[in-house]
Design a protein around this ligand. Structure first.
Ligand SMILES: [Zn+2]
Ligand SMILES: [Zn+2]
Length: 343
């Protein structure tokens, strides 16, 4: 088994890439396109090995032979020299064998359009964020995700108050009654996503949710062709800690939501127990653009399935100053002009 994989067009031998607009594999050279069955059959897609495969010192492109530049976690990429899509098969094996994939639904051109529209509205963003070179850098990346199923049994206990006020003569009476309030309930949560990449900030990744899991497919290597992909560097145990925090908070809020009819309610103790936890390893699609500005990274992330966007840009203070300067000058002119008319 070769450690590096490339899917070639069955007609002309050029590199094949997954095309989100037709959900098939396209050759950009002779314009043929192929279904998943055709690609899998042609490549007699052997099951990815269940055992971890050794990391090699280096991987080379099997189109041009050049050494691939790929850091530890990159598992699908492009050859820097011949630009062919290449997949490091070892990094999709054993522990790193994904079970599921959500294929890209948006093309790179779609992503560029969405970014251009988004950045246009950010009038104080530095100019270079809007340049064509910058827009071209948007990359489709498959992010390693853990999808958790779990059952939680939660309990909250706290104090609720009811306040009654009345007036007798000159006196205002207030009576506060205290109640001990207890709520418990269990619930199942399915397909809760936690990203398995240290490079990506969890709070950013949460904002591009939800993904539509109805479009999820059984993982197959050809889906990776034409995109970057990462393997996880946060294992399922570590990810389950974040998952539990998220579920517990959510469940607690749901229990709190059932406490009604009090003037105030304060939680004193909260407890939760997880019964079953199952996880599946999945590759989910995003478009990513990292802008560097004055030594700080600014990230733009787009859900590659739904188009939901999250990002931040720095404020260019000079642009802001010039803008407010122009607005002030504009209103000054209006005042003067208006004044002149009245006079
Ligand atoms: Zn072809
Ligand atoms: Zn190459």
């Amino acid at each position: 088994m070769s450690s590096v994989k490339k899917y070639k067009c069955l007609h002309c031998g050029a590199g094949l890439e997954f095309s989100p607009s037709d959900q098939s594999w396209k050759c950009h050279y002779c314009y043929s396109d192929f279904s998943i069955e055709e690609v899998e059959n042609a490549y007699d897609e052997d099951e990815l090995p269940d055992e971890d495969q050794p990391e090699l010192d280096s991987y080379s492109c099997n189109s041009c032979g050049a050494e691939l530049i790929a850091d530890d976690t990159i598992s699908a990429t492009f050859c820097l020299y011949c630009k062919n899509p290449t997949i490091i098969k070892n990094r999709f094996s054993g522990r790193f064998k994904p079970q599921l994939v959500i294929p890209f639904n948006l093309t790179k051109e779609d992503a560029q359009k969405i970014y251009t529209k988004w950045i246009k509205k950010r009038i104080f963003a530095p100019k270079e964020f809007k340049s064509k070179d910058e827009v071209d850098k948007i990359t489709g990346v498959y992010v390693p995700y853990w999808l958790f199923d779990c059952e939680i049994e939660g309990m909250i206990e706290g104090v609720g108050t009811k306040v009654r006020t009345w007036v007798t003569g000159d006196l205002v009476y207030t009576e506060t009654s205290y109640y001990n309030v207890l709520r418990d309930g269990s619930c199942r949560y399915n397909l809760l996503p936690i990203d398995g990449s240290k490079k990506l900030d969890d709070s950013i990744m949460e904002k591009i949710e939800p993904f539509d899991y109805k479009k999820m497919e059984k993982f197959s290597l050809p889906y990776m062709s034409g995109f970057m992909a990462e393997k996880y560097d946060v294992d399922s145990d570590e990810a389950s800690i974040s998952m539990k925090k998220r579920v517990q908070k959510f469940h607690e809020d749901r229990l709190k939501g059932t406490v009604k009819g009090y003037n105030s309610f304060k939680v004193k103790t909260s407890d939760a127990r997880f019964n079953e936890i199952d996880e599946q390893y999945a590759m989910l699609p995003i478009y990513l653009l990292v802008n560097k500005h004055k030594g700080k990274d600014h990230v733009f992330v787009l859900n590659g399935q739904t188009g939901k966007v999250v990002g931040d840009t720095p404020i260019d203070h000079l642009r802001q100053f010039l803008f407010f300067g122009a607005v002030t000058l504009g209103s000054l002119l209006i005042t003067l002009f208006g004044g002149a008319l009245i006079g």
